[in-house]
Write a new protein. Sequence first.
Length: 66
Amino acid sequence: MMLEPSIDELQEKVKSKYSLVTLSAKRARQLRELKNLRIESPKSHKFVGMALEEIAAEELKLEDEQ
């Protein structure tokens, strides 16, 4: 179970939970293929968790919400 970052914290960064899911899934696929993290020392060892941590750290944003 994922406790950090919380869904509330993530929805402050990306307003739509559906957009959040899409963004994190796409980024997780990129991480799996390219291994190019934008944050240092992620807490999660899974790609989706790492993507969510990047969103929480504002290292990753939706183009239309920038």
